[in-house]
Design a binder for this molecule. Structure first.
Ligand code: SF4
Length: 496
């Protein structure tokens, strides 16, 4: 009897999930494809491309060791790679792809999909939840997840008496030097080195010298162990803090592994709950971490599929500016927060969620950058930037380009937030407290510029009442708006 051909996508690298969960070397052969379309479609960060390719090649080698016949092909695109083999097999199967584009392409050549179980919430479960809601608030989804999955629950009540510990989890970084954990570095093996050599001549960005990201299941488990033993305890209180003294603080660094399947959400949750109980981890840290996994991660994936393929096209604020040069080049700005963060991205293709949301995305929104330009940059620069992650995060959450379908108010802030939550402002050329002077913090100036230029859209939003009453009271509004215009021009020239 003809065998089945299983297509394993670059983000499905797990033996226990997707199409591989029911596979056997006696009935199935495997295909993985390095598509030229993927390689050449963008100026990827070197760390990202290295990580994706090397992890897939390591996984293919592991499947071969387990007795599978593995076809590791290079092709112009995924579908044409599969078509080269398809006629020799009874059928081609794959887990439901994680993007609209790949779903369309594989459907068009008759690939049979099985449910994508790399998430704890199926697309149908999310849809049913979303259709039962008046608003798509993440907090409501998260509570529903906690109860449904029976995570940190005591009967029908949340463990510790509260659903969230945000109040405890908003500490600024300590002013004094602090013993932040030093994360593992992963030695490179022969497969890693082959990939590094092959991508050396591609038109990419960023540096490959930091060995932060491992490319095997063993490395992913080592990172998980490290986090649970060294960082989990203190994760919560400092989860929103930013400091030039530590690039990672107490963050888990697990999202790259989760997003390609080397770890799965259910095993990470089980291990975290086990450590919480055995090591008496504070509930604020445990709840903050669990929220990231069963709350945010699942919610963002659900939103991606619920809002559909065209969601990425939204630009409801009619933003017009091209990508600012500072996103590509840390030396193109005097803003200490931005240049520090962009340098860190150049090294590792990673910074945690607050620099992404409250500095980079905040600046893109305040400076009126087009959402599609900013989305394309986020997609190619971050190590964990799957389409399903970045589309809702940029279009819905950070740029508010969807007219409020996902969040009822935009995530924008002036320099005071960054000043409170980081140590960046001390060494900066700008002053976070003023808005209309020549050395005023560009975030503070542009915050008021943003509110003023979008007032017709937002002034009736009751969640923004306080901000608009603040705007009405500004004595130097005209000067602030004039400086805002200059700041945007200066940012576009790389001179601010
Ligand atoms: Fe960033 Fe403004 Fe602080 Fe400078 S003053 S570091 S630009 S927030």
């Amino acid at each position: 009897m003809a065998k089945r051909l299983i297509y394993v996508a670059h983000d499905n690298l797990n033996l226990a999930k997707g199409a591989l969960a029911s596979a056997s070397p006696s009935t199935d052969e495997i295909v993985l494809i390095e598509s030229a379309r993927m390689l050449n479609s963008a100026r990827w960060h070197r760390q990202r491309l290295f990580f994706m390719l090397s992890a897939a090649r390591h996984f293919a080698a592991e499947l071969t060791r387990l007795g599978y016949k593995v076809h590791y092909l290079k092709a112009s695109d995924t579908a044409s790679g599969i078509l080269k083999l398809k006629h020799d097999f009874a059928e081609v199967i794959a887990a439901e792809p994680s993007s609209f584009r790949l779903t369309k392409s594989l459907s068009s050549i008759g690939v049979k999909f099985i449910a994508n179980d790399f998430f704890m919430t199926s697309r149908i479960e999310f849809r049913n939840w979303a259709e039962s809601q008046k608003s798509l608030k993440m907090e409501n989804f998260y509570r529903w997840q906690r109860a449904r999955l029976d995570v940190l629950m005591v009967g029908a009540e949340p463990e510790g008496g509260r659903w969230n510990f945000d109040e405890e989890n908003r500490l600024a970084p300590p002013k004094e030097p602090h013993p932040w954990p030093d994360y593992p570095r992963f030695e490179r093996d022969q497969i890693d080195n082959e990939v590094i050599e092959e991508i050396a001549n591609l038109n990419l960005v960023g540096s490959l010298s930091e060995q932060t990201w491992g490319t095997t299941r063993q490395a992913a488990l080592q990172q998980l162990d490290f986090f649970l033993s060294n960082s989990f305890q203190d994760f919560g209180p400092y989860e929103d803090a930013m400091t030039s003294r530590s690039w990672s603080l107490y963050h888990s660094l697990l999202s790259p592994y989760l997003n390609i399947g080397l770890l799965t959400a259910d095993e990470v949750v089980d291990r975290a709950l086990d450590t919480f109980r055995k090591k008496k981890i504070p509930i604020a840290s445990c709840e903050g971490f669990i929220r990231q996994i069963i709350g945010w991660r699942e919610y963002i994936n659900g939103i991606y599929w619920f809002f559909g393929e065209d969601y990425r096209e939204h630009n409801q604020l009619n933003s017009k500016r091209r990508l600012l040069p500072l996103f590509e080049d840390a030396s193109a700005t005097k803003m200490n927060c931005v240049s520090t963060i962009v340098k860190e991205i150049e090294n590792r293709a990673w910074v945690h969620h607050i620099p992404r949301l409250m500095v980079l995305s905040n600046l893109a929104a305040l400076a009126d950058v087009r959402p599609d330009e900013f989305l394309a940059w986020m997609r190619r620069i971050f190590i964990d930037a799957a389409d399903w992650v970045m589309v809702p995060n940029v279009i819905g959450m950070s740029m508010h380009a969807d007219g409020g379908q996902m969040s009822t108010k935009p995530y924008v802030a002036g320099g005071a937030y960054i000043s409170r939550m980081s140590n960046y402002c001390k060494g900066c050329a700008y002053d976070p407290k003023t808005r209309s002077a020549d050395d005023s913090c560009p975030f503070t100036t542009l915050y008021w510029h943003y509110l003023d230029r979008n007032k017709d859209l937002f002034k009736k939003n009751h969640r923004m009442f306080q901000q608009y009453s603040g705007l009405r009271k500004l004595k130097d509004l005209d000067e602030t708006i004039a400086r805002g215009d200059n700041v945007i021009d200066g940012l576009l020239r790389g001179e601010i």
